[in-house]
Design a protein around this ligand. Structure first.
Ligand SMILES: O=P(O)(O)OC[C@H]1O[C@H](OP(=O)(O)OP(=O)(O)O)[C@H](O)[C@@H]1O
Ligand SMILES: O=C(O)c1cc(=O)[nH]c(=O)[nH]1
Length: 181
């Protein structure tokens, strides 16, 4: 367990694990879905997640890159906690106005730590990494609330990204099993 908040896994699991049939972003079909908005909409749970994310930030982070959409509330909460500015990374650049992909201050040449809600295959994070790097950002780490990618593998190793997770699927499963007795 990477979290210092020992009840967090059980509370997140109870709040946002859904069962059914879900098509995921990657096109995979899963019988489980972690609805991050259910914890992000709860001010106390969001604050607890943000505290854990803050502890996982690399010391040399200059900007927090919150990924549209679920990464943005977490990045905002962490930004308020640690005093680092944030950029809000769109899935695709806005087609009018500033036409930006990432909203907020310039990230060219700056060390951006990505903040994500859930990682399954790492596809969304990979896309954001590539886009920000194209704009000159140094992106080496992503901190996510829930990592449900296969245990023991780094789905983003191919793009040189370290994944730091507040909670893994195994930890959520263990919390669920413990709660059921
Ligand atoms: O690791 P992956 O296989 O890419 O899957 C995880 C991504 O899928 C979800 O994005 P979605 O577009 O559903 O999210 P949003 O509600 O945050 O916009 C989730 O928020 C991650 O960004
Ligand atoms: O892979 C996804 O799309 C995904 C999985 C999940 O558990 N939660 C979520 O918001 N997205």
């Amino acid at each position: 367990m990477t979290t210092t908040d020992t009840a967090l896994a059980a509370d997140i699991d109870a709040t946002c694990r859904l069962t059914g049939e879900f098509v995921l972003r990657s096109g995979q079909v899963s019988n489980e879905y972690f609805d991050k908005y259910l914890f992000e909409a709860d001010p106390l749970l969001l604050a607890r997640v943000a505290r854990e994310v803050a502890q996982l930030l690399p010391a040399d982070a200059e900007l927090l890159g919150g990924l549209e959409m679920g990464g943005i509330p977490i990045a905002t909460a962490v930004s308020q906690l640690v005093g680092l500015p944030a950029v809000f990374v769109r899935k695709k650049a806005k087609e009018y106005g500033t036409a930006k992909l990432a909203e907020g201050p310039s990230y060219d040449g700056r060390r951006v730590v990505l903040i994500e809600d859930v990682i399954t295959t790492g596809g969304a994070v990979r896309d954001a990494t590539s886009a920000l790097r194209s704009g000159g950002a140094v992106v080496e780490t992503v901190v996510c609330a829930i990592d449900r990618s296969p245990a023991g593998e780094n789905p983003l190793a191919d793009v040189g990204l370290e994944v730091r997770a507040v909670l893994t699927k195994a930890e959520l499963d263990a919390a669920r099993a413990a709660a059921r007795g």
